[in-house]
Design a protein around this ligand. Sequence first.
Ligand SMILES: Cc1cc2nc3c(=O)[nH]c(=O)nc-3n(C[C@H](O)[C@H](O)[C@H](O)COP(=O)(O)OP(=O)(O)OC[C@H]3O[C@@H](n4cnc5c(N)ncnc54)[C@H](O)[C@@H]3O)c2cc1C
Length: 263
Amino acid sequence: MSRHESRRVMHEVRMRRLAVRRVERLTPHMQRIVLGGAELEGFFSGAPDDHVKLFFPNDAGELVFPKRGPNGLEYPPGADPSPMRDYTPRHHDTLHGELTVDFVLHGDGPASTWADAAKVGDVIGAGGPRGSFVVADDFDHYVLVADETGLPAIGRWLEEMPASASATVLVEVPDESDRQVLFTDAQCDVRWFERDGVDAAVSTLLEDALRGVSPKGDAFYWIAAESRRARNMRLMLAERGVPKEWVRATGYWKADGTDDEDE
Ligand SMILES: Cc1cc2nc3c(=O)[nH]c(=O)nc-3n(C[C@H](O)[C@H](O)[C@H](O)COP(=O)(O)OP(=O)(O)OC[C@H]3O[C@@H](n4cnc5c(N)ncnc54)[C@H](O)[C@@H]3O)c2cc1C
């Protein structure tokens, strides 16, 4: 096998109905929700930046799921579809049949609103993960960069990293009280940045910090942030000559008026 070979692994997609088992306010802007139920049987997530498609009740309070048809996902004619959003499987406990998802409470939108009010017994739908991007484990260094939407993936990644790995982690959160305790065996330099009232779509804290990061040896860069910001950081690394296979920059959300697509 050649060096630094990341690979994509595909999984069979299933739709599941899952019920809330526990709700925990991790920090002022992060709600942890533990989901469970018989339909979690067979769930598999193979990498920290996997995502599940979560389906929330529509305006009538109903869950209306799509089915895969010849033209992709299709809803029954005339149906009011459930809003669908992407979320990271933060932790999967196979023993107890539980899936943990951490929701940013950003104050708007069906997912954030649902998570803010979620209570034990509430039911949502989950589809996927459809695939996993398994990053090569032979890089000299890993640079993980994210706003709070990427924090669940970073938390999981650090927990799964071996002691031999080394990482620089740049995390931007609304304010100091949104910092989390992150656990890892890896040699890790975690740097927190607080926006303190600046809009997450226009902040440049991560960009400024990334400019100053120059790891020794071959480094893999993982970036998750607002779409335009993720793309700008990818361009910054390209201009620096970092091979594009060593960068995974994903727009995790879009500010209003942004129409660009990132990965
Ligand atoms: C692969 C992947 C994994 C993700 N994992 C997670 C995760 O584990 N936890 C998590 O919380 N999010 C995660 N996200 C981001 C999440 O899908 C988006 O933030 C999503 O838009 C939230 O949906 P909503 O219904 O709350 O808001 P929407 O209806 O999508 O948006 C409503 C309004 O809120 C704005 N908005 C949306 N998200 C944010 C935000 N984070 N901060 C400020 N304004 C926002 C929009 O611009 C819009 O104006 C992930 C995204 C991807 C692509």
